[in-house]
Design a protein around this ligand. Structure first.
Ligand SMILES: Cc1cc2nc3c(=O)[nH]c(=O)nc-3n(C[C@H](O)[C@H](O)[C@H](O)COP(=O)(O)O)c2cc1C
Length: 383
């Protein structure tokens, strides 16, 4: 154990070692074309990897075209998608971060507008305006997300097993592209999450019913993806730790799910919230720094597995305390890294892990080190 602050201690999971405990949370850019990444994605991930995070996740990447949230989502449903993502994985690794990717299916929240185009279900007006035609969504049961949303088609047993295979195929392509960690998107009201929740899964076959039945699809996906990945590559699962009114999906349910996932070779629970019963941002707890951290702590303690905490983690001292207190093994950050991609490098200065900017890339670090030594500026303005 070095004397580095906990946030800057490396973490090893299977064959992956991160340079610190900071992950760039998966963030859709809604900027892909037919599932293919664009220059925006390349530049976006370059910026974030250069900023010093330990892991850089590529956004929710769809296992089939109808599993995209919007027309602008990234996909891995064909081998043609591998080339662009391979470039991003190589760039991220080149900057010393672990290239990682989240794999998912939007289910009944698919076929929607990009956030800045309305964030609602696509209509024919979107097709007329931008060529973004709506498509038929799918889900465990034919229940729309909310009033005004598409009614999804109920998936057949064959289609469900086909989707399990599609998740595994996407995982194999992710490995081919050079990613060193993979996450299953099991949160935020998308397909996997809708299987878990009794609000969205009313099936009475082997894929529904009691908690065991509702967990069957997520667990089958985890098993298939684990089998598709090399043993040295860690598998994460993003969960909505609690969702909806009391008792619909509780933290106790999440702990049970985490134990089952762990038994199937999932390495990290990434603890987010909500999404089946309203917007992800509508969690009923007060939204303050680290509001989801207690769930990561509980899962870590009760399921006995590593966790990643996420949600309004903003301050270096706070992030360091999350790791130091044993609430989580990693912190994932989203919007604050959009605001300030150099947050990880600056936090290392603030916390004393790199008082003189020596971790910064030479073309920047050389200057900042000298400025600091001259006494002009010794600390980064992150506090
Ligand atoms: C632009 C944007 C896109 C997002 N896309 C995804 C996504 O692809 N997958 C996912 O699980 N969460 C997604 N999220 C949620 C973030 O990963 C993160 O959990 C959330 O923003 C809370 O963290 P923060 O407060 O640090 O931003 C997205 C958030 C933002 C702001």
């Amino acid at each position: 154990m070095s004397d580095l602050p906990p946030l800057f201690q490396p973490l090893t999971l299977r064959g992956m070692t991160t340079r610190n405990r900071i992950a760039v949370s998966p963030m859709c850019q809604y900027s892909a074309i037919e599932g293919h990444v664009t220059d925006w994605h390349r530049d976006h991930h370059t910026t974030l990897a250069r900023g010093g995070a330990g892991i850089v996740f590529v956004e929710a990447t769809a296992v089939e075209a109808r599993g995209r949230i919007t027309h602008g989502d990234v996909g891995l449903w064909s081998d043609d998608h591998v080339v662009g993502l391979a470039e991003i994985a190589a760039i991220v690794a080149g900057y010393g971060a672990v290239p990682a990717i989240q794999i998912g299916h939007a289910g009944r929240k698919a076929s929607s507008q990009r956030p800045w185009e309305g964030n609602l279900a696509l209509t024919e007006a979107d097709e007329a305006a931008r060529g973004d035609a709506p498509w038929q969504t799918v889900a465990p049961s034919a229940i729309p997300y909310m009033d005004g949303w598409h009614t999804p088609a109920e998936l057949s047993d064959d289609e469900i097993t086909g989707l399990v295979d599609a998740f595994a195929a996407a995982a194999r392509r992710a490995v081919k592209a050079g990613f060193k960690a993979v996450e299953i998107h099991g949160a935020h009201g998308y397909l996997i999450h809708t299987f878990l929740s009794p609000k969205s899964n009313r099936r009475n076959d082997r894929w529904g019913g009691d908690l065991r039945g509702r967990m069957a699809f997520p667990l089958a996906v985890a098993e298939a993806m684990r089998a598709a990945l090399p043993d040295d590559l860690p598998l994460f699962f993003r969960t909505s730790s609690v969702d909806g009114d009391e008792g619909v999906w509780s933290i106790e349910d999440t702990v049970i799910l985490a134990r089952e996932l762990k038994a199937r070779g999932v390495d990290v629970m990434d603890c987010s919230t909500s999404g089946v019963s309203g917007a992800v941002t509508a969690a009923r707890v007060k939204r303050q720094q680290g509001f989801q951290v207690p769930w990561a702590a509980q899962v870590r303690r009760e399921a006995g597995m590593p966790t990643m905490a996420v949600g309004l983690i903003l301050d270096p001292d706070y992030a360091n305390a999350v790791i130091a207190d044993g609430a989580a093994d990693l912190v994932a950050m989203g919007r604050e890294l959009l605001n300030n991609p150099f947050w990880p490098l600056q936090a290392a200065v603030t916390l004393g892990a790199d008082p003189c900017y020596e971790r910064w890339p030479d073309p920047y670090g050389w200057w900042l080190t000298r400025r600091a030594r001259a006494g002009v500026e010794g600390r980064a303005p992150t506090r």
